[in-house]
Design a protein around this ligand. Structure first.
Ligand SMILES: [Ca+2]
Ligand SMILES: [Ca+2]
Length: 175
C-alpha cells in the first residue's frame, strides 16, 4: 500500500471513531481545523507576510482571508484560545497604496469584507499588510509586512485532497 493511501486510510478511521460522516469529502486534512466551508491551519512559527503567504501556498492554501463577521468572530475566538496577539490577513495594499487586495481561490481580488479598527488603515510608516488583533476584539489594522507575526492558513474544505472511504458491511474500507 502506498504511503499516501495508508495516510488516507488512517484519516478515515479517525473520522469514523470521532463520529464524522465518511463519504462526505467536505472535510479537512489532518492538522487543519474545519469551520464552515474552510479548513484552517495555525502555524506554530511566526513569519513575515511574504513568507507566510509562501508557507500557506506550499500547503495548498492561502493566508487567512476573512469574508464575514461570523468568520471574524471564529478567528478572534481562536486567537484568544491560542493566545495569539494578532495574525496576518491575506490582504495588503503593497501594490497600490490604499487599494486593499486579498487572496482568493483564483489569484487576488479587491477586499470584499472589512473590519478595520478606528482610523485604520492609516499607512503609518508605510504599513501595507493587514492583521486581525485579539486585543481589539478582532478588529483589523495595517502593519509592517516584514515583522514576524502569527500566521493562519485557509483553504476550502471542498477542494480537500483527501480521499473518501466508506466502511462496508464486511468491516473494510473502500474508496
Ligand atoms: Ca475565509
Ligand atoms: Ca499601506
Amino acid at each position: 500500500m502506498a504511503v499516501t493511501e495508508h495516510r488516507n486510510l488512517k484519516s478515515a478511521i479517525i473520522i469514523v471513531t470521532t463520529g464524522f460522516i465518511v463519504g462526505n469529502c467536505a472535510i479537512c486534512t489532518l492538522g487543519w481545523l474545519k469551520h464552515g466551508s474552510s479548513c484552517y491551519k495555525f502555524a506554530s512559527d511566526k513569519m513575515t507576510w511574504e513568507n507566510g503567504s509562501t508557507y500557506c501556498q506550499d500547503l495548498g492554501g492561502m493566508l487567512l482571508v476573512i469574508e464575514s463577521e461570523e468568520e471574524n468572530d471564529f478567528i478572534t475566538g481562536k486567537l484568544r484560545n491560542l493566545n495569539m496577539i494578532r495574525a496576518w490577513l491575506g490582504c495588503s495594499d503593497k501594490d497600490s497604496e490604499g487599494t486593499w487586495m486579498c487572496y482568493a481561490d483564483e489569484g487576488i481580488t479587491r477586499m470584499q469584507y472589512e473590519n478595520w479598527a478606528d482610523e485604520k488603515p492609516n499607512n503609518f510608516r508605510g504599513q501595507d499588510c493587514g492583521v486581525i488583533e485579539k486585543n481589539k476584539d478582532g478588529k483589523w489594522k495595517d502593519r509592517g509586512c516584514n515583522i514576524l507575526r502569527s500566521t493562519i492558513c485557509e483553504k476550502s474544505s471542498r477542494v480537500s485532497t483527501m480521499s473518501c472511504y466508506s466502511l462496508d458491511s464486511d468491516g473494510r474500507f473502500y474508496p
